[in-house]
Ligand binder design. Structure first.
Ligand SMILES: Nc1ncnc2c1ncn2[C@@H]1O[C@H](COP(=O)(O)OP(=O)(O)OP(=O)(O)O)[C@@H](O)[C@H]1O
Length: 696
């Protein structure tokens, strides 16, 4: 049943030392194997012979290690049919083979008392630590998260906000006319074009769940601002805006503010027909998900949960692709029964740092079956129930019958915006992002060869003398960072002004470790800035040092991924209290503090010595850059990635890096690695899409 060069227990040690599994994976497997044995009753025997007992236990141990490894790699389950029987650990050279079929593995696993399968008679106890469902193996906790998230979303999608009138009445026609004013027919639009922003607004107006997705600049914030305006006209409601990180929350606030200003101008001609005062009731302040749910210091639990729900009527969650499965579970459990939920995000971006790919799973049912290669072809198609399509057509004025499909209700809650208003026409960044997103190899080459001003390719040119490609990148970094570092020396400059200038440019790396990872590039940039005399890097906290926080500190209000700058604290310069503490020198020399911009735009100052674990941040990982944008972005890809690194290089990673850039995108890499990454899609094993879309 299992053929291996050594007992599995010994192999686990080897795999751990070769970093194929983590110490946690090995300990989990050993503990499970020690606690759980074949249940003779389940197996239908009185005794188990020694040989069978041994091989069953070996298989169980191996499968537990594989399950734990799946979770370490952000999958939510282990699909048994995807196990490579001749090399289950996917080692360079296999040390172990499973000599039975996938179905036989399932049969054997179900004989263990630690595993149950919902729907099977003997598995009525929901308390087994491992669950086997539809051929997928779960840890109990993740199984609960997934099934409950699916159930919350399905219930929300099934619910409409109020009784729907069966025929057009005054209320519907009033809403339709307001929608007409909010979304006037533009000259750019042809007769057959659909205004998906208008359709999305009508969807979110009528449904308790609306998922509005689209790439950068497709108008998600514009749409949600118009929706909130429409809703605040109808009734008073408590609306909360949130995002997964402080940076993303600050950006959402700014975008909503700008969007409100634009809307006020657009609606000015209709001032006699529409009450513009309700625009002031559209909230602008966004907070983080953690703050909304109420962090309890030193506890993984939040203040708000099922039994103490949030006090709100409508919740808007931006950057929803960053929300992992456990967090989505916490959020959905804490929603009050009557509340509406609007999820905004880009389903093509990198999935969350932790387990799951919730937004991508929600959208999975809209994916076109055949693989498209032409960048202009849609990968997605809306799917409405016939009843709802009719209602939405009446409200929006667009005939949605071409999108009717026998799909579950979740399809009615989805709306994808596909036209970017930021990357217009032939703009290089938009073209490259689309080509990578479509894994279109020829188009990627074509875009690079077109010679767009906003795109720059730097080839790794490594010789014994060094890598001239890397040198070019470092020179670029110095010339960008020079501006904010010079501003930092000028005591008249405001901290937020300096931080904005620092945020004009960022180096993004695919990985953390190594010469071309965050560690190596940060070191390289620091040395280059020191040589250019822009920083005095002899002290740890030199003027202008950018720091990125690596862990949460609830007391200080700093969270993993927060970025700040070491700058003079001007308020300390003349403070009598400070002078008394620090002696006379402090009167004239302001002390250096780490400055962080908060979601509400205020500055949080923290003494450098009190900072929780942190790193320098001239370069950061693409993962950590999600929810941020920079005028100029330089992406660094490794020169010769190891097999493990190759797995991390995906089209979602490259797409996310490209779409962080607003004006200019540079890539330091080699053609082969860029191509490999652009053609490899992230695969996250999860049963959520099946649970949401199983009727189709
Ligand atoms: N229908 C439209 N016609 C013309 N311009 C538009 C339209 N919708 C949005 N825009 C413009 O496109 C830009 C981006 O819009 P918006 O911020 O709403 O997009 P987004 O999808 O929220 O972007 P991001 O992904 O950066 O959050 C804004 O300048 C906005 O004014």
């Amino acid at each position: 049943m299992i053929q291996s060069t050594q007992p599995i227990k010994a192999l686990l040690k080897v795999w751990e030392s070769e970093r194929l599994i983590t110490p946690l994976d090995r300990h989990f497997a050993l503990e499970m194997a020690q606690l759980h044995r074949v249940n003779l009753h389940k197996a239908g025997v009185d005794t188990l012979n020694e040989h069978d007992d041994h091989v069953y236990s070996e298989l169980f141990l191996l499968i537990c290690a594989l399950l734990s490894r799946q979770l370490s790699q952000q999958h939510t389950c282990l699909p048994i049919h995807q196990i490579m029987l001749d090399n289950p650990m996917q080692e360079p050279i296999s040390n172990c083979q499973i000599l039975c079929s996938h179905n036989e593995i399932i049969e054997i696993l179900l004989q263990f008392n630690g595993i149950s399968s919902p729907g099977l008679e003997q598995a009525n106890s929901p308390s087994t630590p491992i669950i086997l469902d539809n051929g997928d193996l779960y840890l109990q906790r993740y199984y609960q998260f997934e099934t409950q998230v699916a159930s919350y979303l399905t219930q929300l999608a099934d619910a409409e906000v109020s009784e729907r009138p069966t025929e057009i009445n005054t209320h519907i026609s009033a809403i339709s006319s307001t929608l007409e004013m909010l979304f006037p027919q533009s000259d750019e639009m042809g007769v057959t074009d659909f205004d998906w922003q208008k359709i999305a607004t009508a969807t979110a107006f009528t449904k308790r769940l609306a998922v509005i997705t689209g790439g950068p600049g497709t108008g998600k914030t514009t749409t949600v601002t118009k929706l909130l305006f429409l809703l605040t006209q109808q009734a008073a409601m408590t609306i909360r805006l949130v995002a997964p990180t402080g940076k993303a929350a600050a950006r959402l606030s700014e975008s909503i503010k700008a969007s409100k200003v634009r809307l006020k101008q657009e609606l000015a001609p209709f001032a006699d027909k529409i009450d513009l005062t309700s625009l002031s009731r559209v909230p602008e302040e966004a907070s983080t998900l953690h703050r909304l749910l109420g962090v309890i210091p030193n506890s993984p639990k939040f203040r708000h949960h099922k039994d103490n729900p949030l006090r709100l009527d409508l919740l808007v969650v931006d950057e929803a692709s960053m929300v992992d499965l456990p967090m989505m579970h916490k959020l959905l459990s804490a929603l009050p029964a009557h509340a509406r939920l609007i999820l905004l995000g880009d389903q093509d971006q990198l999935a969350s740092v932790e387990a799951g790919a919730v937004l991508a799973d929600i959208c999975a049912g809209l994916k076109q079956q055949e693989t498209r290669t032409n960048a202009s072809d849609a990968k997605w198609q809306m799917r409405y129930s016939s009843d709802y399509a009719g209602y939405l057509s009446t409200l929006s004025g667009f005939d949605l019958s071409p999108f009717v499909s026998p799909s579950p209700k979740i399809g009615d809650s989805l709306c994808m915006l596909m036209h970017s208003h930021r990357f217009k026409g032939d703009a290089g960044i938009g073209q490259l992002a689309a080509a990578v997103n479509n894994s279109d190899k020829d188009r990627i080459m074509q875009v690079w060869q077109t010679g767009y001003d906003e795109l720059q390719w730097i080839e790794h040119l490594k010789t014994n003398a060094g890598n001239s490609g890397l040198d070019e990148l470092l020179t670029q970094a110095v010339s960008h960072y020079r501006h904010y570092l010079e501003m930092a020396k000028d005591c008249s400059k405001d901290a937020s002004e300096i931080i904005d200038c620092y945020n004009e440019f960022r180096v993004l790396c695919a990985m953390r470790a190594g010469e071309y990872g965050v560690d190596g590039i940060n070191q390289g940039v620091t040395t280059a800035l020191k040589q250019a005399k822009l920083i005095g890097a002899d002290t740890e906290f030199y003027l202008g040092r950018p720091v990125i926080i690596q862990s949460n500190d609830y007391n200080l209000g700093l969270f993993n991924g927060d970025i700040g700058l070491i700058l003079p604290d001007m308020s300390s310069q003349n403070s009598p209290q400070r002078s008394a503490e620090d002696g006379n020198a402090a009167k004239h020399t302001p002390r250096l503090m780490a400055h962080f911009i908060q979601a509400d735009g205020s500055i949080l100052k923290v003494l450098p010595a009190r900072l929780p674990s942190h790193d320098t941040c001239f370069a950061m990982t693409v993962h950590k850059s999600q929810g941020s944008e920079f005028a100029n972005v330089a992406l660094v890809l490794p020169i010769w990635p190891s097999p493990a690194q190759k797995q991390l290089l995906t089209k979602e990673l490259v797409y996310t890096a490209i779409t962080r850039a607003k004006q200019h995108f540079t890539c330091l890499g080699s053609q082969a690695v860029f191509e490999h990454a652009s053609l490899q899609a992230t695969q996250r094993s999860s049963g959520l899409a099946r649970r949401l879309w199983s009727q189709i």
